[in-house]
Design a protein around this ligand. Sequence first.
Ligand code: NDP
Length: 506
Amino acid sequence: MDATRPPATTTDSGIPAESDEYSLTVGPSGPTVLHDHYLVQKMQHFNRERVPERVVHAKGSGAHGFFEVTEDVTWFTRASFLAEPRKRTPVFARFSTVAGEQGSADTVRDPRGFALKFYTDEGNFDMVGNNTPVFFVRDATKFQDFIHSQKRQPDTGLRSNDMQWDFWTLSPESAHQVMVLMSDRGTPRSYRTMNGYSSHTYSTVNAKGERFWVKYHFKTTQGIENFTDAEAKSMASEDPDFHRRDLFTAISMGQAPEWRLEMQVMAFEEAAGYRFNPFDLTKVWPHGDYAPIAVGRLVLDRNPSNFFAEVEQAGFSPANLVPGTGLSPDRMLMGRVFSYHDTHLHRIGPNYEQLPINAPRLEVHSYNKDAAMAYRHAGSQPVYAPNSYGGPEADPARAGTVAWTVQSGELVRSAYEKHSEDDDFGQAGTMYRTVMSDSDRDHLVANIVGHASDNVSEPIQMRVVAYWASVDPELGARVAAGLSLDTGNDAYLQAAKLVESRSNRA
Ligand code: NDP
């Protein structure tokens, strides 16, 4: 074989192909024959090239790297990948927008997904977070409706700001997240210049069995950088793949982006009396209450070599928690624990976890078997447990799960129990008044007014004003002025009453 020449083309069965140029025909002008199986298989495979697009987070980019522990955090977790300073664990990260489809522009106003898969020596640990510390809703039953309101209308196939504000103002628990979305953090300059948050509260347990509630914050060491609304819009047309290009280029030039993992840690017993419900996904734990603790660093230093195999087929799930880490009673988290695995079963197939990008870097000893595209299997291992023939046996001591006490009671459909300072608008108000600079506030108002001026009906604009006035009266007045709305009438009073009645302040 001549090593200077490229390899010979083959079929997918490895049989040498006759031609890359011509199909098999009856003479130069005659019909193409059906038994040109090379041509037929090329067409068949091409027709099946796409797996279903993710319903959310469809447009994304990914990179490989590692996580390195920098501090001793064994006082709050026995997780092996956090066991000692300098320990490194391979990681794959995927960043994304939420609402747009695969071909949509990267720089649109949207939260950004921040999903991490740690290939630990105790199985895969996934942190499937966002670039914001909170979310729009706090109960999994509202998630599907929320996403529908952000996607396309059934008749026109168009997105609708009216639909978005209708949902948000009827769901005032969204105010905190919508404030972040409408601030310049809603248009990050690049994936490298944004933070990632678990958003949810999770739990940990240490070697002594002591339990903690925790939040993960990945802080960019590149520094936060955002686009203004105008810059983001202009980049959407100039280079719709700007974030994908930026990440790939930086890594290929040796500028590996880095994040510092800081965690907030709460003693288990403090949750019940805390001033905010610590499991409410629409709230943060103020840093003054729980100061973030340095844990380690995340570095992304290797681009994918095949976008489809690595970025598109990656499947993350918040259910993937390793010994020493656990869930919490957050209702959105409970829903996602089911939903993420389920969507990958549908999108990729029942054996998606066998694909190299998703497979753990250790032996799997599971009683799940067969199904489409099974590649790894357990050989002649018994197919049931318990068995008398040497099959794997569960070891609760190795599992290291975190349990919490649940009071028994009636089955109900109700709001969370209110903690003393729970209020749908409170934390957003704090952010507006004490965290934002004057120019942050100016941009926020301009972004809200611009968005709510674009095909939003007047009754819903009235609610938009009432919603922001509930966060902060001055903010409400500035939005009303920007929308040229008179708030001294009955229509506004009715709108304000409606927003209030839908909030937990009512
Ligand atoms: P702090 O002053 O200690 O922290 C405020 C945090 O707000 C900062 O650390 C930063 O989070 C984030 N932040 C700063 N500027 C902006 C901005 N322009 N847009 C969005 N976020 C910004 O205050 P508290 O912890 O007491 O929280 C006060 C308010 O800050 C909260 O009600 C919440 O709205 C907001 N916030 C709080 C966070 C938390 O986890 N405690 C996280 C993010 C926002 P970071 O360092 O993560 O970038």
